[in-house]
Design a protein around this ligand. Structure first.
Ligand code: BGC
Length: 549
């Protein structure tokens, strides 16, 4: 009898209670490196993902408005960003959260259609220009630097109707829009980012169905899109540099994504080359013209050129820059914004001897898969591989001659809830990897941005996956924000300018977890209730065991 009760006891409570009551909740040691005094911390959001007010006060329609309204089936939960976090009305609350965290800057993006409803400079929406002016003033009044992204994916629909970024004319319209932004806010904004993740825009909005407007042109439009964006970036940087840079403190950069750090699948030369080639096709595509030799990577020219001629094209599908354009683009950034997320394994694929499919994927001649042991976030593509961050930073440093880097996004998704131990752990491990790169490889990282300040509209995942440090109650008209554990731990890291000695030790699947040594952490009432029921049962079982004795 005693044995049976003992087994039941251990089976039911042993694991979780050992975790909860006996462990100190911290496991893997973290390095002792500290953040330099002038290191800047921030948080980020993007207009379509948080603002809502999609058709209020003169705002025009953008590609995401059109896409979510006409193709709800393309969004996992059929949702839209019509209201999203309602940051249009609640921006002061968002700024208050930034203040609470103690961040140095807030990275947000401007909705082109809120400012220019038709996309063109001829009609400025006064309400839109006031909105961003108030947001910037609110931030500055709280001692927080605005970091402004000019384009975070929400292109005005009238410009898409002309072909969007695949149309070279967009360069002129972006120039007009950027000029207006610099005129309106250039006196108050020191950090500018022209484009967010142009690779994802071109690959997934012009080369497939993941992002709006989901144009299916994976062999041609995809490269034309990048070409227009690179020229637009170069031209706007030149304008900024020549006319609008107010002080040496004024900076303009671009945010490029390392959605996947590429790991060779085997030690073979072919797989190593496939991994490097994949980095060049995904990252070097934009980084090499701006931060590298000043043109598309040689390997891209070679591989796209060879396939294009095999397919019968007179010219490579990869466009070419004029000498003047190359000069304008090369060196056109004061910092490299790096968005870091995941990793994947790359293997070599032989030259395809058929023209059945023509696409960038075929051009690259690589195939991909995830290592099964990598932990997965709620987003299928997001694997938790902290060392990939260190490898990425080291590679970027070596490949682009040690650029100044600001991490403009890094974060993890889950299914929601404020006890987000996985996010706490993720930030600790990724920040640790970044500190190692800075201290052991001398990578010049001057700032870090957590994605995201608040849960928001996660593109084709709708509201099913959450990235926020603060949760948002999307059921409530108030869109109430509340802090998650990760907000508290990020705040603590910023204040102490160092990581805890050990990372929180919570497996990704475990819900009931150890106490964190965070000052204000209070278990939610449901967790507390579960634990008190468990304790009561323990007492009863213990008494039973005693009586048998
Ligand atoms: C984008 C964000 C997005 C995040 C998570 C980044 O690629 O810039 O807008 O929410 O990844 O998917």
């Amino acid at each position: 009898m005693k044995l049976v009760l003992g087994v039941i006891f251990v089976a039911i409570f042993g694991y979780e209670l050992t975790q909860y009551y006996c462990s100190n909740s911290r496991g893997e040691p973290l390095s002792n490196y500290t953040f330099p005094d002038d290191f800047k911390f921030g948080v980020a959001t993007a207009s379509y993902q948080v603002e809502g007010a999609w058709n209020l006060n003169g705002k025009g329609e953008n590609v995401w408005d059109r896409y979510t309204h006409t193709h709800p089936e393309k969004i996992v939960d059929g949702s839209t960003g019509d209201i999203a976090c309602d940051s249009y009305h609640k921006y002061k609350e968002d700024v208050a959260l930034c203040k609470e965290l103690g961040v140095d800057f807030y990275r947000f993006s401007i909705s082109w259609s809120r400012l220019l409803p038709t996309g063109f400079i001829s009609k400025v929406n006064r309400d839109g220009s006031d909105y961003y002016s108030k947001l910037i003033d609110e931030l500055l009044s709280k001692g927080i630097e605005p970091m402004v992204t000019m384009f975070h994916w929400d292109l005005p629909q009238p410009l898409q109707d002309l072909g969007g970024w695949a149309n070279p004319k967009l360069q002129d319209y972006f120039y007009d829009y950027a000029r207006l932004l610099l005129q309106l806010y250039g006196d108050r904004v020191k950090y500018w980012i022209t484009f967010n993740e142009p690779k994802n825009v071109c690959r997934f909005a012009y080369g497939g169905p993941l992002l709006a407007p989901a144009v299916d042109s994976k062999a041609v439009g995809i490269y034309e899109c990048a070409h227009t964006i690179l020229k637009s970036h170069g031209q706007v940087y030149k304008m900024y540099d020549e006319e609008f840079r107010r002080s040496p403190e004024g900076k303009m950069g671009i945010s490029l994504d390392m959605m996947f750090w590429m790991v060779p699948a085997t030690d073979s030369e072919l797989d190593k080359e496939a991994a490097e080639r994949s980095l060049q096709f995904n990252f070097g595509w934009f980084a090499n013209p701006i931060f590298g030799s000043g043109d598309y990577p040689e390997v891209m020219k070679k591989f796209v050129g060879r396939r294009s001629s095999f397919e019968g094209f007179k010219q490579s599908r990869l466009p070419t820059f004029s000498k003047e354009e190359l000069d304008e683009i090369k060196g056109s950034a004061d910092f490299l914004g790096l968005n870091m997320y995941s990793a994947i394994e790359a293997s070599h694929v032989e030259f395809e001897n058929s023209t059945d499919e023509i696409s960038m994927d075929v051009d690259i001649q690589a195939s991909y898969k995830f290592q099964p042991e990598w932990e997965t976030a709620a987003s299928w593509w997001l694997k938790v591989v902290p060392w990939a961050f260190k490898d990425t930073l080291t590679w970027v440093k070596r490949t682009y001659e040690n650029p100044t880097i600001i991490i403009t996004e890094n974060g993890i998704s889950d299914k929601g809830g404020n006890e987000d131990y996985n996010r706490v752990k993720f930030y600790e491990l990724y920040l640790n990897a970044m500190l190692e790169a800075m201290n052991e490889e001398d990578v010049n990282v001057i700032g870090y941005t957590a994605w995201s300040l608040i849960d928001n509209f996660e593109w084709s995942d709708g509201y099913t996956n959450r990235f926020g440090l603060y949760s948002v109650d999307f059921e409530s008209p108030e869109r109430t924000r509340s802090p998650k554990l990760s907000a508290k731990s990020y705040k603590e890291i910023i204040a102490r300018r160092r990581l805890p000695e050990e990372t929180v030790q919570i497996p990704i699947t475990q819900r009931l977890s150890a106490r964190l040594s965070l000052d204000e952490v209070v278990p939610s009432s449901s967790t507390a209730l579960t634990h008190s029921i468990q304790l009561t049962l323990i007492l009863i079982l213990t008494a039973l065991l005693h009586s048998i004795h």
